[in-house]
Ligand binder design. Structure first.
Ligand code: GTR
Length: 324
């Protein structure tokens, strides 16, 4: 008897000791090693693995090796990928409400953007994303974007005339550059360096850290501070993955994403200064524009066109504008 009981409890113990199969989560990231977003995503992955005792094992694939952002968005939506760090720019083509964040000068500055995203408006964006298969867990910084090019400093909108700029995949940006008098070409991020080098395009627009880490600054020697877009980025998990996750692990993953965003925002502000210093030291000419309002006025028609096709989003635009 004693033997049987021992054998049984041994078998039971063995059963209990068999670890559940770990869930491998594949994560998309466009940035290289050492970039604030990459460091934060890697910390997220490590944190999740440790705190779920290995039930979830996230791996981050850097440098856009799993595809360009529009493809990756589709993959996360259909469950082919489990999570990603997405810029809200290309998201507007799929989740129209998020296009509000792509309206030029919609956020007054990065601090106001934080207050908006960490409040009820941010929640409305999360709700819109959730309806399209993406669970937004936290928001990263992406600074503000300005134009750069290989030809000349942009001081007035007239300086854009005849120049061809790469934009992220979103019709709003094509319109935005058109309104300024330039020509816009939507293009994958990974193709911009070569296209600048061979003269397929004259310029692009981005924040300092991306301008620097992508090496675009080696070719485009004029960076003109227009600050026309401040676009937040999410850590987003696929709804399919999320629904297969226990409540206990959902809480762990959510907290890890929030902690990663705190880390990213901190690293971001340092990297912005470092990147600016690096590109300046390499001979990039950085200029203020003559009259920032002239750029704002030139891009204002983007609002009218957008609200005409999306009248239901006007209240969201107003809510952001009313946020102190
Ligand atoms: C970066 C952003 C990327 C990507 C890129 C681009 O600032 O972090 O996600 O959107 O810009 O211009 O394509």
């Amino acid at each position: 008897m004693t033997f049987t009981r021992f054998a049984l409890s041994g078998a039971l113990a063995a059963l209990i000791a068999v670890p559940a199969v770990a869930e491998d989560w594949r994560g998309w990231n466009i940035h290289p090693e050492g970039y604030p977003n990459t460091v934060a995503l890697e910390s997220f992955a490590k944190d999740v693995a440790a705190k779920t005792d290995g039930r979830i094992e996230p791996t981050v694939y850097n440098n856009g090796t799993l595809g360009d952002q529009p493809d990756a968005i589709e993959q996360v939506r259909n469950g082919g990928l489990d999570f990603a760090n997405f810029n809200m720019g290309p998201m507007g083509q799929i989740v129209p409400a998020t296009n509000v964040m792509s309206l030029p000068f919609i956020f007054r500055d990065v601090d106001q953007m934080h207050r908006v995203m960490d409040g009820p408006v941010g929640q409305q964006f999360s709700d819109a994303l959730a309806k399209e298969g993406l669970v937004a867990l936290s928001w990263f910084d992406s600074g503000s974007r300005s134009f750069y090019n290989t030809k000349r400093p942009i001081k007035t909108p007239a300086d854009m005339d005849g120049l061809k700029f790469r934009v992220m995949s979103n019709d709003l940006y094509v319109e935005m550059v058109d309104d300024l008098g330039g020509n816009a070409t939507p293009m994958a991020y990974g193709e911009v360096y070569q296209s600048l080098k061979t003269g397929v395009i004259d310029g692009a627009e981005n924040n300092y850290p991306s301008f620097e880490s992508s090496n675009h600054y080696e070719v485009a020697k004029y960076y003109s501070i227009t600050n026309h877009l401040i676009i937040p980025e999410c850590i987003c998990v696929s709804t399919a993955t999320w629904e297969a996750t226990s409540d206990e692990d959902k809480a762990i993953v959510t907290q890890a994403a929030i902690d990663a965003a705190v880390l990213q925002r901190d690293l971001w502000s340092k990297r912005e200064m470092e990147s600016r210093a690096k590109v300046e030291a390499s001979g990039v000419e950085i200029n203020e524009v003559d009259d920032p309002k002239a750029f704002q006025d030139a891009m204002a028609p983007v609002y009218a066109g957008f609200l005409k096709s999306n009248p239901d989003l006007e209240s969201l635009v107003k809510e952001i504008q009313a946020t102190e």
